[in-house]
Design a protein around this ligand. Structure first.
Ligand SMILES: [Zn+2]
Length: 301
């Protein structure tokens, strides 16, 4: 398939998936399972007036823009989560494969003509699903201050798939670097083994955050964050998970400090931390190399 056509198709498909994620996120409550059949069934309604949405009100992005972000019947302002998650889904489907192709040294032409090896499509699919799960984690943690166990279990499963595929096939794409900080990995890695690095990433994420939760006695971070870091550590591997942790602490610290400064929150208030952890994952994947390079550049290295 023509690459432009394929990307357009992926973008549209991603919008639809984002729209589905919105349904999952809005109908989730901590007492229910994430994909509760009863909760997910039935027509979508305006959360404020209960008006059943028609076909014209269900088109991703377009409906939101036409209705200027308000319910057509009661005029209540609708959550920005609708367009944001839809756009995130579209961006993940359309652009993550392109980015991964470049990171793993796979040509876009080979990828979009369906002539890449089958396992490689599996690898890209697992990454796409991980990004979708991470977006869902952000939205649910912001609303409910919890991370559903189902999402963490799913991420752990994806981590197993990604680690296995990289460990088995990585020799055929590039020699030993599966890290998004590229050659800087040599400074931080204990081994060139993909399997070992990803298991180490999982241990770092799990143990480091378990210690944090134990030391802070559960204020600030919870067991859900520990599980998220354990699963995501397996996905990202060492040392990427350490970089993402550092980024999330800087972002979380800045944001928390800002909120206290403008007196929106006090030190005792709870700020959901998973959004910062996930931002750390995203920034590490897309900009890990640039960030580490810039950091060393500060010292003229
Ligand atoms: Zn309404």
């Amino acid at each position: 398939m023509n690459a432009m056509l394929a990307i357009t198709f992926l973008f549209a498909f991603g919008l639809a998936i984002g729209s589905f994620l919105n349904v999952v996120i809005f109908r989730y409550t901590p007492e229910k399972r994430l994909l509760d059949k009863k909760a997910l069934g039935g027509r979508s309604r305006c959360p404020y007036c209960g008006h059943v949405l028609g076909v014209g009100e269900l088109v991703p992005i377009v409906s939101f823009l036409i209705q200027k972000g308000r319910c057509r019947i009661c005029g209540h302002r609708l959550s920005l989560q609708y367009p944001l998650v839809e756009l995130a889904g579209a961006a993940i489907f359309a652009f993550l494969p392109l980015f991964l192709n470049s990171a793993y040294g796979m040509s876009n032409a080979v990828f979009f003509t369906a002539s890449a090896p089958l396992w490689y499509y599996g690898l890209v699919a697992a990454w796409v699903l991980a990004f979708l799960a991470w977006v869902t984690v952000i939205a649910i943690d912001l609303r409910h201050y919890v991370i559903p166990n189902e999402l963490n279990a799913f991420l752990l499963f994806l981590g197993t798939v990604i680690t296995a595929l990289l460990a088995i096939h990585v020799q055929s794409i590039f020699p030993f670097r599966t890290s998004f900080i590229r050659n800087y990995v040599l400074l931080f890695s204990f081994s060139n083994g993909v399997l070992l690095n990803h298991i180490l990433g999982m241990l770092f994420g799990g143990v480091f955050f378990a210690l944090l939760v134990a030391l802070s006695r559960g204020r600030g971070m919870g067991v859900g964050d520990v599980k998220l870091m354990l699963a995501s550590g397996l996905i990202l591997g060492w040392p990427d998970i350490a970089l993402s942790t550092a980024i999330s602490f800087v972002l979380g610290g800045l944001f928390g400090g800002l909120l206290i400064l403008i007196k929106q929150k006090t030190m005792k208030d709870m700020i959901p931390f998973a959004p910062f952890l996930v931002l750390g994952f995203f920034l590490t994947v897309f900009f890990g190399f640039a960030i580490v390079k810039g950091y060393f550049g500060l010292f003229g290295l």
